[in-house]
Design a binder for this molecule. Sequence first.
Ligand SMILES: Cc1cc2nc3c(=O)[nH]c(=O)nc-3n(C[C@H](O)[C@H](O)[C@H](O)COP(=O)(O)OP(=O)(O)OC[C@H]3O[C@@H](n4cnc5c(N)ncnc54)[C@H](O)[C@@H]3O)c2cc1C
Length: 462
Amino acid sequence: MTASTRVAIVGGGITGLATAAWLELDHGLDDTLVLEAAPAAGGKVRTGLEAGYTLEWGPQGFLDNAPDTLELAAAAGLAGELVKADGAAADRFILRAGRLRRVATSPPAFMASDILPLAGRLRLLGEPFARRRPDHDETVFDFASRRIGRRAAEVLVDAMVTGVFAGDSRKLSLAATFPKMAAMEAEHGSLTRALLAKRREAKRSGRRAGGPAGPGGTLTTFAGGMERLPASLAARLGGRLALERPVESLRRDGRGFVLATPAGELRAEAVLLALEAPGAARLLAPLAPDAVAPLTAIPTAPIAVVMLGYRDPAAFGRPVRGFGFLVPRGEAPGLLGTLYCHDIFPGQAPAGGLFLRVMVGGARAPEAAALPDEALLARVRAGLARVLGADPEPDRLWIVRWERGISQYEVGHLARVAAAETAAAAAGLELAGSPYRGVSVNDCIRQARAAAQRLASRLAST
Ligand SMILES: Cc1cc2nc3c(=O)[nH]c(=O)nc-3n(C[C@H](O)[C@H](O)[C@H](O)COP(=O)(O)OP(=O)(O)OC[C@H]3O[C@@H](n4cnc5c(N)ncnc54)[C@H](O)[C@@H]3O)c2cc1C
């Protein structure tokens, strides 16, 4: 094992791999070693290819509106390998009162739709006159209730939080989870006014305006699935990626650090921890004890991913077309939502069949993610039968479980992150990744770029 390196990156998920790439691309620094505990790099970004199915263990894709991700993909040699969601998957649904309702994309279509009862739809018109924001960190649910009404908060916003965070809108912090929305309210006093301003700006610049959560984008993957990105970054790193090399402890050594692994010790001038929060807390404990409490207070939600293949496209006796559906609180216990992968990325399933990806558990129903396989499958099939009207036998079935699926940015999250970052930085260490400032692949890649900048500055100043 290399006895010394300038930068040690602990964790070879997308954050760690991207940081190593940015160090090289932005700062010309290639004396970096990424230490990864598992036998393969990529962390939650993992793809299986089996019997014509592309099995995404973690992310299904990323939105193509993040320039950093596109730049990194290009540097990894994947610019020509991007696959965008098919137009056939444009329709999205939300389960309400036991039925799937299509999410309208224009305000007139929304007002004419059945996504909310009439009173709930009309309440949205009052958005510009909502109460002013409170001074404290507000939950996503309270924010949405205040601005667009309780019904919209319970259905639309709860579903959105379920889709992105597998989270509980009544616990998550608006400022941490949807910072753009918080900024829009702060700047324009109203989301409606902010959206109109965005539209005008988009018209002037010829770009797409997007929705209240941020600029629009199209779900995108790579030919062969999401793992192509970490695999390509890992290939670029070559010997600068050490697999099956868990870092067990960290200590100071003069102006640098010593990382202990089962294969021996490694000296590094600068260290980034690109780990889940509990792992970071464990390594930081001796060097930055003040970081431990805030990191330990960042919970994660478990997720089970159940993937089902059906050869018969009419297996449910009705068309299963579109992007899929999300499940707000109280609608189908334990189910978070279902992606119609055969329509989103038709190349990811055998032609002519159905390929569903059902997410189970999350912060609202963690016990459902831990059900034994048989009970989990029974829950999923009962939910699909209720929503899609039949319970056909799947021809193929895969189950993937993430005990610590997605970090939950509960109220007070940004203060906890700031406290952890400050304590770590005072000890000379950096943090980045999904526990902190965005869980999406795009967010991790953006955080990685900022972390590379901080690491480079640290090296320049020592
Ligand atoms: C089911 C699911 C679906 C998702 N869907 C989407 C989606 O569609 N779009 C999207 O953008 N995002 C999605 N996400 C979120 C996104 O995939 C993750 O937030 C992101 O991949 C996390 O990357 P990371 O590098 O921060 O952490 P991780 O991927 O958790 O990587 C951390 C790495 O550190 C390693 N490690 C741990 N301890 C040690 C140690 N002591 N020493 C060395 N290495 C160690 C681990 O083995 C791991 O490889 C999804 C997540 C899940 C679970």
